[in-house]
Design a protein around this ligand. Structure first.
Ligand SMILES: NC(=O)c1ccc[n+]([C@@H]2O[C@H](COP(=O)([O-])OP(=O)(O)OC[C@H]3O[C@@H](n4cnc5c(N)ncnc54)[C@H](OP(=O)(O)O)[C@@H]3O)[C@@H](O)[C@H]2O)c1
Length: 316
């Protein structure tokens, strides 16, 4: 289990200091120009307003949350544009992802990176991640392009996302040949999806000193306990396996019971369980300041070992 105290940690073996919880901005921005099939436009129902997103960022920063995650693909650049607008001139660790679309090629990385820098209104991206291990993109070639971008001062740290253990090792080795480190692997990891514990990803992260950035940590809202058969969530997510999981009611009950002991919500307990796993950094999506403040509250209490164990057993 991770050292329970402390608001921040180094990102992998880099000199970037990041909060132990970030904020996911997938559904931020004006999605009206994004294609209908773009997940950022459809999965969560209507997006919140720019003002709600601005306030969500402000309460997060005030609570010590300094990492915000976006991607070129989210809303075809809309999320990056909004993150750029809101973070301009602020001391925030900005993470984004390549590529821009599913049909991109490896060789488009330098131009795609320049477009992300422009939308984000920055000269350097703190963490640049390869979004998916697309078969047609050679990992060593991508990592060479990433190392070039680090040397050009356009990115500070290199990450990947949705990489399995073998792909992570290949990326790590390719970067090591250029004297660079792999900082992070962003994968789906949450109480309802413990795959990284058994597929070798979490072990590889710990062995290689790579931070595991846990996406969808609230199971798209299912772990908040606010949805039920009578109160379905907006958007395509309602058809996802999280909302149909047989164990969901039982787990939300336990999150509520443990939360009651600490005066915390089920969401905060679910996020805290992740924070207390070694080298794991959850990035919950927040639509408004109330959600952002609640999520940041996961940084300021501690589950005891028996509680962590009970949650692990109930979700395993
Ligand atoms: N690398 C990848 O392939 C990948 C894939 C997916 C996501 N991500 C990243 O991970 C981030 C988080 O994932 P996610 O947004 O899909 O899922 P999530 O964090 O599990 O769920 C976010 C949703 O839960 C609800 N919520 C959040 N905090 C809440 C609170 N305190 N109380 C009540 N409801 C709350 C909100 O929706 P409602 O209020 O509408 O319920 C919010 O949009 C994304 O923003 C993105 O940066 C990466």
């Amino acid at each position: 289990m991770a050292e329970p105290n402390g608001l921040s940690m180094p990102l992998g073996r880099t000199d970037l200091s990041v909060s132990r919880l970030g904020i996911g901005a997938m559904v931020w921005g004006d999605m009206s120009a994004a294609p209908r099939w773009n997940p950022a436009r459809n999965v969560y129902g209507p997006t919140s307003t720019a003002e709600e997103q601005r306030a969500a960022l402000e309460v997060s920063l005030a609570a010590g949350v300094n990492l915000i995650d976006t991607a070129a693909m989210y809303g075809k650049g809309a999320s990056e544009r909004r993150v750029g607008e809101l973070t301009a001139g602020r001391d925030v660790v900005v993470a984004t992802k390549f590529p821009f679309g599913f049909f991109s090629r490896t060789s488009s990385l330098p131009a795609t990176l320049d477009n992300s820098l422009a939308r984000l209104r920055r000269t350097t991206i703190d963490l640049y991640q390869v979004h998916y291990p697309f078969r047609w993109m050679s990992i060593p070639t991508l990592m060479d392009l990433m190392a070039d971008a680090v040397e050009a001062g356009k990115i500070r740290a290199v990450g990947v996302s949705n990489y399995n253990a073998e792909q992570m090792r290949a990326a790590h080795a390719a970067l090591a040949r250029r004297g660079r480190v792999l900082a992070s692997n962003q994968v789906q990891y949450l109480l309802l999806h413990r795959g990284p514990e058994t597929d070798g990803v979490i072990d590889a992260c710990r062995e290689l000193g790579v931070t595991l950035i846990a996406y969808m940590p609230l199971a798209s809202g299912a772990l908040t306990g606010k949805y039920s058969a009578d109160s379905q969530p907006a958007g395509w997510r309602r058809r996802s396996s999280s909302f149909r999981n047989e164990n969901l009611a039982n787990l939300v009950g336990l999150l509520g019971e443990i939360g009651g002991r600490h005066d915390r919500s089920p969401s905060q307990v679910a996020l805290r369980w992740l924070i207390q796993q070694d080298g794991v950094l959850p990035i919950p999506g927040a639509k408004n300041p109330a959600q952002a403040a609640q999520n940041a509250g996961a940084l300021t209490f501690t589950l005891d070992e028996a509680e962590v164990e009970a949650l692990s057993r109930a979700s395993g």
